[in-house]
Each structure stands twice: as structure tokens, then as C-alpha cells.
Design a protein around this ligand. Structure first.
Ligand SMILES: C[S@@+](CC[C@H](N)C(=O)[O-])C[C@H]1O[C@@H](n2cnc3c(N)ncnc32)[C@H](O)[C@@H]1O
Length: 360
């Protein structure tokens, strides 16, 4: 069982870091949360934007067409496609508009979800029109691509760091599955400088630090030469993230669509995620010579791609789901989109109604 496996791993090393804990709890090949059962939707544990309305994916399709017209990116790559709802609706829309990409790549860490995606995509009966390719190694990525990641970075394992007046500490989990803090030389890690941690944090302030996010971006950069990358997730720029209200860090667990803040109980039965520090993500990309062209909240992005024009305003359910995606008090504000690009001949003109890139 998961707990036994965890305890064994802890015994071998005396303790494990929070990122190692998250890795096992979420992604263990036998017992991990993402390997066991359907975690999505009303019957699962949480609901993501593509599941709320197909119009979310249609906006991304419109974005793809706009970029395609200028840059001819014929491959789409989706990281962490979950149950393939986004890809399915995106592909239907692009087929209808006669803009299907040549190849659609799926890159997912979960074998369970990869198999689910394969089944769902097979049932679309579109394999004559488009090549669907599942990969699990960065070197198999195409050189040029339009890339999408929705709610990928929030579940990437992270460490927990605590600021003390003159040093930092890092969380470890011991054999009794309790936490302990150990002194930690945060800035000996090359990626820590990209966090944009402010100098005036309060004593005992806790924040997340994911070196795996850093690795993922570096690997993508290594194998991709030309790209337009859309990153959707919940989170903030560093200046908005590190506020005193978030003294205890931003880890959230979710089970049966209810959230709590204790990742050490009901182990393996709930999701664990953290707010994304978009400044960190952007800094890692720009250090690799990508340019960050836009950052805005999800509501503004979807409105910029005319989500309201495509809906049937007499359909009460449809209007309700769009409200959920765009309203500031629902997913419209806390969810953001960051757009980064590499070697494009120009920044595609998207006429965004608001672009907060300056905040990063
Ligand atoms: C929160 S789910 C989001 C699923 C889907 N994008 C959606 O919005 O419904 C996170 C997804 O990312 C995948 N994932 C997590 N870490 C990953 C990694 N390092 N590389 C690729 N996929 C990953 C998970 O298996 C899962 O499919």
C-alpha cells in the first residue's frame, strides 16, 4: 500500500523532502493519486476549465489558428492532457475550421491517463486526418510546436521553504509521517534566484520552491527550437503571491471537489497542488532566451478570444459554465495564462483586452 511504500522510502533515507513525498503520493506507478482512478469531474475529485465548457478549448483553437497563419506551426503538443477533454474539443473545432495540425503530441506523466487519452482519441475516428503521438521523453518532442499546458505546473512536486530572520529551512517528512524543518541553503540552488522572493518576508513565512518545474522547462527548451507556449494555471506573479495572508504557503488538497490544507492526512486519496509562481516560470523561460509576450487572467484571455460571441445566451447551463470560467470571483481571476515563445518571427497580434506582462 501507499503508506507502507512511503514509510519504506523514508526508512531508507531517514526522511524525505516534501517534493519526494508529493512525487510518491501523486505519481507512484502503483498507488499514486493520478494512477488509480478517474480524478476529473463531478464523479471524480476536481473539475478543470476544459471540463466546464468546450468553449475554453475553442478559444485555444482560435489562438492556434491565429498563430498558425503567421508561423505555420503544424504540431500541437499538450503536456498533462488529463482525460483529453481539451484536445478533443480543440480538434473538433480545428477540423470544422479546416485547420487541423499535422501532428498532435501528448506528453503525460501518468500511465493511467495516457491510456485513457489513447482510448478517447481512438474513438474520435480522426486518425486518417491527423497523427496522434504519445511520448514520455523530452527528446521525442518535435522541434517546432504550438504547446499547451492546462493545470500542469500546480501539481508538479514542490518543496516547502520557511524564511527565518537570517536563514531558510526546508520541510522533511519523517517515519511517523510528521514534518520537521531543517536549515537549508536555498540560494545554493541555481534555480532559487528565479523565485523573485522579496527581501522583506516576515519571520516564519512559508513558500514553495519546485526544482522539478525548473527541470521541465529546461528540458522543453533543450529540444524545442520554435514554439508558442500557452500555460494556464492558478497562481500569481511574485509580487502578488508573497503577501502576508499567504504566510503558511499555498498547498491545497482536494478530494471529492472539497478542499483542505493538510497533505499529511488521507494520503493518496486527494490531490495536492500549490499556487504557481508565474514570475518563477517566466524567469526560467526568459533565462533560456524565450520571450514572454503575455500574462493575464483567464477571464481576459477568454474574452479576448470572443468566448461570449459563440455561446447561446438562451442556454442557461451554457451561460452558467461560461460565467464560471470568466467571472473574477470564480475561475476568471485566480487562473492565469502566461504566453511564452521561442524564435517566432514576430509576436502574434492577439488584441488582448488586457496584458499584465509587466507584473512579471
Ligand atoms: C491537474 S491535471 C490537469 C489535466 C488537464 N490538463 C485538465 O486541465 O483537465 C494534471 C495533469 O498533468 C499530468 N502531469 C503531471 N506532471 C507531469 C509532468 N511532469 N509531465 C507531464 N504531465 C504531467 C498529470 O498526469 C495530469 O494529466
Amino acid at each position: 500500500m501507499l503508506k507502507e511504500k512511503l514509510k519504506l522510502k523514508i526508512k531508507e533515507n531517514n526522511n524525505i523532502s516534501f517534493s519526494e513525498y508529493m512525487e510518491i503520493v501523486l505519481f507512484d506507478k502503483e498507488y499514486g493519486f493520478y494512477e488509480k482512478e478517474n480524478v476529473f469531474g463531478a464523479g471524480g475529485h476536481f473539475t478543470t476549465s476544459p471540463l466546464i465548457s468546450r468553449h475554453f478549448s475553442h478559444c485555444i483553437a482560435k489562438n492556434y489558428i491565429k498563430v498558425f497563419k503567421e508561423e505555420k506551426l503544424e504540431n500541437i503538443v499538450e503536456f498533462g492532457a488529463g482525460n483529453a477533454e481539451l484536445s478533443k474539443n480543440l480538434i473538433y473545432y480545428l477540423k470544422d475550421k479546416k485547420y487541423l495540425p499535422k501532428k498532435y503530441y501528448f506528453f503525460d506523466k501518468s500511465l493511467f491517463l495516457t491510456n485513457k487519452q489513447k482510448k478517447i482519441i481512438k474513438d474520435l475516428n480522426l486518425t486518417d486526418d491527423i497523427d496522434f503521438i504519445w511520448i514520455n521523453k523530452y527528446e521525442d518532442l518535435p522541434k517546432k510546436a504550438f504547446i499547451i499546458a492546462n493545470e500542469l505546473f500546480d501539481c508538479v512536486p514542490t518543496d516547502l521553504i520557511r524564511f527565518k530572520k537570517s536563514y531558510y529551512e526546508k520541510v522533511y517528512i519523517n517515519e511517523s509521517l510528521d514534518i520537521s524543518w531543517k536549515k537549508y541553503n536555498l540560494f545554493s540552488e541555481p534555480s532559487a534566484k528565479y523565485l523573485s522572493v522579496p527581501h522583506n518576508l516576515k519571520n516564519n513565512y512559508i513558500f514553495e520552491f519546485s526544482q522539478e518545474q525548473y527541470e521541465i522547462i529546461n528540458q522543453i527548451n533543450k529540444f524545442i527550437n520554435k514554439a508558442y507556449f500557452l500555460i494556464f494555471d492558478y497562481g500569481y506573479s511574485a509580487t502578488e503571491l508573497y503577501i502576508n495572508d499567504r504566510m503558511d504557503g499555498t498547498i491545497v488538497c482536494i478530494k471529492n471537489n472539497l478542499s483542505d490544507f493538510d497533505p499529511l492526512i488521507e494520503i493518496g486519496e486527494k490531490d495536492i497542488s500549490a499556487f504557481v509562481n508565474f514570475s518563477y516560470i517566466k524567469n526560467i523561460f526568459t533565462r533560456n532566451n524565450w520571450s514572454a509576450s503575455a500574462f493575464m487572467n483567464q477571464g481576459n484571455y477568454l474574452l479576448s478570444f470572443d468566448i461570449l460571441k459563440d455561446i447561446n445566451i438562451n442556454n442557461f447551463d451554457e451561460v452558467g459554465s461560461i460565467k464560471k470560467l470568466i467571472m473574477p470571483n470564480q475561475m476568471g481571476e485566480i487562473f492565469k495564462v502566461l504566453i511564452v515563445q521561442k524564435n517566432l518571427s514576430k509576436i502574434p497580434d492577439n488584441n488582448f483586452i488586457k496584458n499584465d506582462i509587466i507584473k512579471l
